[in-house]
Design a protein around this ligand. Sequence first.
Ligand code: KG4
Ligand code: ZN
Length: 375
Amino acid sequence: MLILTIETSCDETSIAIGEIKNQRVKLLSHVVSSQIELHSRWGGVVPTLAAREHQKNLPLVFKAACQKAGFKNTEAAQTKIDLIGVTQGPGLIPALWTGVNFAKQLSQDWQKPLIPVNHLEAHIYSAWTKSLPRQFSLIDNPFPLLALLVSGGHTLLIKMKKHLQYEILGETLDDAVGEAFDKVARILGLGYPGGAELSRLACKGKPDFSFSLPLRKNPALNFSFSGLKTAALYKALSFLPDSGSKSIFNQKPKPNLNLPLSQKQKRDLAKAFEDIAVESLLFQTKKALAKHSFKTVLLGGGVSANHLLRKRWSEELFLVNPRLKVSWPPFELTGDNAGMLVPVVYFKWQEANPKKKRAFFQNWDILEARANLSL
Ligand code: KG4
Ligand code: ZN
């Protein structure tokens, strides 16, 4: 079975063609065209600019994805592709619509079923794959399972009793963890989005201070990162001579705050922040594992690229319960990409009854992008 997937929820235009054969997902092609450079000038993603770029890039990315998958041209792909999947939401509405409209037109032209995918479930299902050279095998994640979803817009602990069914156990009360990484990166004068760069700086940090763990005594499974961001700002200001800190004290962090910090101060702040943010994610995950009975724990979302989180995730969760299956996505499927939609589309098709399968054809006419789509 061949599946073509399209992702345009934010600032990456991506199309993948995946083959599912003998329980194995092979990505025949996976093209990701990033707009980060364009948006970094503005200190964040500009939705209308993103949509304009997607519009421009989609035909090129589509052609490249077909050719990389070994098809002579896009017409040759038509005869072989069985299903088309597209990110429906959540995300930036003008950006989402470009992908949804492209997918509707393509599936109508090709007369193929169109399967909408929730961006959050795509991040979760990225951990249904295991990296092999140039391909991903579809792994088994036994239910019930606990998923930790960490991205620029979400921090969620989710329980799944079966495929495609989600129960939210905990969420952030304020900023998402990726958002907090990006805001602290701004305090350190790094570019946008700053999570990965902050983490690179943190590798060389050796702070003699630490931040306190948010919601340590709270029995719920929620997260909070905005206090941590403020603590990081105050710590940064405390490094400055009095005159410098006083003038900035009443301002909110702005893009490129550009405080005159030394390289050592930046590294130490980055390390102290990364340590406590990752500790908070592990702390609440372990608490959920202790409260409920799970067979699998899995990780997904842009922040799952973080090396400290991946290391601690792979090393510590086995210790909570040696029988627990511990999963996380291949590095290439951590950020926003179309490759992670392939397993979701496959499972959605497998789980659908004949009536539902026929309904997927109607999406040519009725599918709508939804900015606030929830799980
Ligand atoms: O999933 P994603 O690509 O987009 C959303 O759906 O939001 O996640 C992007 C977020 C950004 O906040 C980015 O700074 C963060 O993931 N991120 C990281 C790392 N790589 C990306 N945060 C910490 N460490 C990283 N290595
Ligand atoms: Zn994402």
